[in-house]
Design a protein. Structure first.
Length: 430
């Protein structure tokens, strides 16, 4: 029996409760395997690797650069040659590029945002400003503005760049990236009543999984489940809940590919079988819950009884929300993200050790949970022998069912994450 088939059978028996989780052993999760995995990323970080004279940005070097930029995201090296190389790549944003060059530059913008948001340097700042002034790609312009804001730009600077962009792109309101970025920088709206969202049913006889987050996505979110009859699931008299992390590894905003999980409504429709030797590290041992944003292809029925994606554009989406939430821009995030082409959102664990990603060290309050690039990350921990210690994924899958359908609602609350469970309980009681 091969590795994948044996794991698939073990997964099924685990979900049915036939064997204890602690008896599962995964070779890729041993301490030695994890040391080798991180070392393989460290080995890529050398001055020669970032030398654009030796490795110019072209079709032949695309795979090499994408591997190197991913390693940069994992390790977050602070060497000057690293940021100089990324800044040099970003000088290409105003130019006409081939598809491979475009993909490399796009990834460099993502990784550049990650590095700049935690340690702003003049060379990256200069290139983000140049992109705003010269690039014809509105998404790259919006990304650069977002990066500068995350790096500590003043309100006056932000307004100056917004005015400059609006002048360069007179129809900016018709571009999803520019429109949503400008909206995000506007004064925050008051959050509508939580009880209205909790009491609302998107469609009859559908499970609704709520994920409530602090506005600081480095903190853990809390998930709560309302069953098909409209009752919140409880365990021993208390609301059932699991923590989930929606932080983007790259610290990108929700309206960009690889950004954090957008707020809003998603259709839950099935799972993706796991494990797989290729994807275990990224997605963990258990099946992934499939989520579909509005306008995302592949969904069978975004609205039960109506085939295909959501119809009706924004008014159709807003009709799925309680009246008090319909004009609240942040809860429209999944709609705009789907319109911009974001897709393949999932709820999954992680086979990577929490120490694999260097920037996890900055977020001790979510120790044990790994960041993602858009998905919702659940706890999944292994000991040094590769044995499963803990995972919240089976708890969620057991409640959702083997072929889950329903809705996921992600919403930020103006509170610290630790107070969310009490706040939700109080809103339900009222």
């Amino acid at each position: 029996m091969n590795f994948r088939n044996s794991l698939a059978i073990a997964t099924l028996t685990l979900l049915l409760g036939a064997i204890p989780a602690q008896s599962l052993t995964i070779p890729l999760a041993t301490a030695q395997a994890r040391i080798r995995q991180r070392q393989s990323q460290l080995n890529l970080i050398t001055p020669a690797a970032y030398d654009l004279t030796r490795n110019p940005i072209n079709t032949q070097t695309e795979k090499r650069w994408r591997q190197l930029l991913w390693a940069t995201a994992v390790i977050e090296p602070q060497d000057t040659y690293v940021k100089n190389a990324i800044a040099q790549i970003l000088t290409l944003t105003p130019q006409r590029l081939t598809p491979p060059q475009t993909r490399i530059v796009e990834m460099a913008l993502q990784i550049g945002t990650q590095l700049y948001s935690t340690n702003p340097t003049p060379n990256l700042r200069e290139q983000f400003i140049q992109t705003i002034a010269q690039s014809s790609n509105p998404r790259w312009v919006a990304l650069s503005l977002s990066a500068l804001v995350k790096g500590g730009a003043t309100v006056q600077e932000q307004q100056q760049w917004i005015n400059q962009i609006a002048q360069r792109f007179p129809r900016w309101a018709e571009n999803v990236s520019l429109y949503t970025t400008f909206q995000d920088l506007a004064a925050p709206s008051q959050t509508p009543p939580l009880r209205d969202l909790l009491n609302w049913s998107i469609a009859p006889n559908q499970q609704q999984l709520y994920v409530f987050c602090s506005r600081d996505r480095s903190q853990l979110c809390s998930a709560f489940l309302k069953d098909r009859s409209g009752r919140f699931v409880r365990e021993n008299g208390r609301l059932w809940s699991i923590p989930l992390l929606t932080r983007s590894l790259h610290n990108l905003s929700w309206n960009f590919t690889r950004g954090y999980t957008p707020q809003g409504i998603y259709r839950i429709e099935g799972t993706i079988p796991q494990p797989d030797t290729e994807f275990f590290r990224a997605y963990g041992y258990f099946p992934l819950v499939k989520l579909f944003a509005p306008h995302e292809s592949g969904v069978k029925e975004f609205i039960p009884g109506r085939r295909g994606t959501l119809a009706g554009k924004l008014p159709g989406y807003n009709a799925l929300l309680p009246p008090s939430w319909r004009n609240y821009f942040p809860i429209q995030g999944s709609y705009w993200a789907g319109l911009a082409g974001r897709s393949e959102f999932r709820i999954h664990g992680s086979g990577e050790d929490p120490g694999f990603f260097t920037n996890n060290q900055r977020y001790p309050e979510s120790a044990g949970w790994n960041p993602a690039i858009g998905c919702l990350s659940a706890l999944e921990l292994y000991d040094e022998q590769g044995r499963l210690k803990a995972s919240d994924v089976p708890r969620l899958l057991n409640l959702l069912g083997t072929k889950p359908t329903g809705y996921l609602i992600v919403a930020e609350l103006p509170t610290d994450s630790r107070s969310i469970p009490a706040q939700v309980e109080a809103a339900i009681a009222r």
